[in-house]
Design a protein around this ligand. Structure first.
Ligand code: AMP
Length: 285
């Protein structure tokens, strides 16, 4: 596996592969890799394309009071994992390499930024869209892989690629969970044993909500209330949001009649976890 922190090196490597006729697959990450990331990498690997993974904890997407400095990092461990997974190049730039000057040019994501994770993290998705666009310009991939764990991010990137006519196929990967249901996340290491146990309520309440919808519950507000009640009753988690939205464009939903996204964010101590579920709706007969 090749490994570089320089944009110019990466460009040279990729140009060579493109000249050989290879397609390029890309998996952007912030590192501290777990089985969720490795599943994205495996799926990208299956395409047979030349596979680029990036690891970059992007300051642009963290607010002033967020966990940028304490975000977990272990580049040597990550390098071993991606090498074993058969990645062709690992790109791990420094902040100076990515942002040598103060940025003045950004990708705005309009109303998609003002809801769900964007509402309480102003500028977060602008930072995400900007760095992903920059990485796309550096890597020039044919395909890029994104986890549905970050469903809003996936939708925003898909939209950016359409709006800006980027010739890149965006490939979604379902959420990868621990055996007990907790969605895998680099931030799970911050949970103490009690919080780790309590956090199970997230996936459990999403599963309960799915059952309610399948049994005929059509009210989006009722579903949100049901989930909030479960979380408050069974944990000390502090709810940031619980929302039912249209799964295809994230618009608001009152009556559940089309596939919906149920998304939530809950803080356990200082650790903010997100989870979601897309629920298909049985048609009325
Ligand atoms: P991150 O390093 O957290 O920025 O994540 C990098 C990529 O991995 C994003 O596309 C995430 O959606 C994806 N990802 C992270 N955790 C999971 C998971 N548990 N299941 C599926 N994809 C994930």
């Amino acid at each position: 596996m090749k490994r570089t922190s320089r944009i110019s090196d990466l460009r040279n490597i990729i140009t060579e592969e493109k000249n050989r006729g290879r397609k390029i697959a890309f998996v952007p990450t912030m590192g501290f890799l777990h089985h969720g990331h490795l599943t994205l990498i495996d799926q990208a690997k299956e395409t047979g394309a030349f596979l680029v993974v990036s690891i970059f904890v992007n300051p642009l997407q963290f607010g002033p009071n967020e966990d940028l400095t304490r975000y977990p990092r272990d580049i040597e461990r990550d390098a071993l994992l991606v090498e074993a997974a058969g990645v062709d190049v690992l790109f791990h730039p420094t902040v100076e390499e990515m942002y040598p000057e103060k940025m003045v040019t950004f990708v705005e994501v309009g109303e998609l930024d003002a809801m769900l994770c964007g509402a309480n993290r102003p500028g977060h998705f602008r930072g995400v869209a900007t760095v992903v666009n920059k990485l796309f310009n550096i890597v020039q991939p044919d395909m890029a892989f994104f986890g549905q764990k970050d469903y809003q991010q996936y939708q925003i990137i898909k939209r950016m690629v359409n709006d800006l006519s980027l010739p890149i196929q965006i490939c979604p990967v379902p959420i990868v969970r621990e055996d007990d249901g907790l969605a895998m996340s680099s931030r799970n290491v911050f949970l103490n044993p009690e919080q780790r146990q309590e956090a199970l309520i997230l996936s459990q309440s999403l599963n309960e909500a799915e059952r309610s919808i399948q049994m005929g519950q059509k009210s989006a507000r009722e579903i949100e209330e049901q989930i909030k009640k479960s979380i408050t009753l069974k944990s000390q988690g502090v709810i940031d949001y619980v929302e039912v939205r249209d799964a295809s464009d994230l618009t608001e939903v009152t009556d559940i009649r089309q596939p919906v996204l149920i998304a939530l964010a809950v803080k356990f101590g200082t650790t903010r976890l997100i989870d979601n579920k897309v629920v298909e709706v049985k048609q009325d007969v």
